[in-house]
Design a protein around this ligand. Structure first.
Ligand code: AMP
Length: 249
């Protein structure tokens, strides 16, 4: 079974994003970029399926600029077998990414597509769901456990108030939640080996997908600055203060 793993290059999760002075977006100049953390979990899960003998080949895919090659090389160093870069300098919205992934899935015929539940830059949480709809295949989103047997995936999902387990027929789409696994670090020998693994260069046009934006960003602002805390003498004072702030009844 082949597994496709879409991986997005995003601002590193440790970096504090800076909003551009004109509010048109986030300043990406000289910022450390890394693989979206949920996608690292997706790559790890695919590798574990391969180690169990369930998956036979892992294909990492990224839609983004030339530099997204680095993200793909990271996936290859972790254990993916080959990679596809769909190169574009445009901002590609989830719908266009999902259309590109659908076209690749038509060519590659995977048993599973494992995506992150969300990209930490746009926080859309849409691509996996849109891909499932475009492919007309079942989805198990927010996965904290995935088991594959008898042409089915059993996916434990993190939902409000608990866990839900669903059985979905393959081919299927899975999106990863934080507790699914702990991604491995690539070892130095594997980083070296990854340099010679195949990486195909494509464009959205190769898949007939128009990436023109459908959304318009009106403005981007910094989160409000945190104000200083205050000390209270006792619980009564705390309750009075909270009541005055309209927090407690
Ligand atoms: P989003 O819907 O943007 O929150 O992204 C959800 C998931 O879709 C990510 O965790 C990735 O697995 C995948 N994805 C989104 N954008 C891209 C992209 N440009 N290239 C590759 N994968 C992507």
């Amino acid at each position: 079974m082949k597994v496709l793993v879409p991986v997005k290059r995003v601002i590193d999760y440790n970096v504090r994003p800076r909003v551009k002075p004109d509010g048109s977006g986030v300043d990406l100049a000289n910022i450390k970029m890394s693989m979206n953390p949920f996608d690292e979990i997706a790559v790890e899960e695919a590798i574990r399926l391969k180690e169990k003998g369930v998956a036979t080949e892992i294909v990492a895919i990224s839609v983004g600029p030339q530099k997204a090659q680095e993200t793909l090389r990271t996936a290859l160093a972790m254990g993916a077998d080959r990679a596809i870069l769909v190169q574009t300098d445009d901002t590609v919205e989830p719908l266009a990414v999902a259309k590109i992934l659908k076209a690749i899935a038509d060519e590659e015929q995977p048993g599973l597509v494992i995506l992150g539940k969300q990209a930490i830059d746009d926080d859309s949480n849409q691509t996996g769901q849109m891909l499932a709809a475009l492919m007309g295949r079942p989805q198990g989103t927010f996965a904290s456990k995935v088991e594959v047997a008898d042409n089915k995936a059993t996916v434990t999902r993190e939902v409000d108030g608990g866990l839900e387990t669903v059985a979905i027929e393959l081919p299927a789409i899975v999106t990863t939640d934080l507790r699914l696994n702990e991604p491995r670090y690539a070892s130095l020998p594997n980083i070296m080996k990854a340099k010679s693994k195949p990486l195909a260069n494509k464009t959205p046009a190769d898949y007939g997908v128009d990436t023109a934006p459908r959304l318009e960003t009106l403005k981007t602002v910094e989160p409000p600055k945190r104000t200083a805390g205050i000390k209270v003498a006792d619980v009564d004072e705390l309750v009075t203060k909270l009541k005055n702030m309209g927090v407690a009844a």
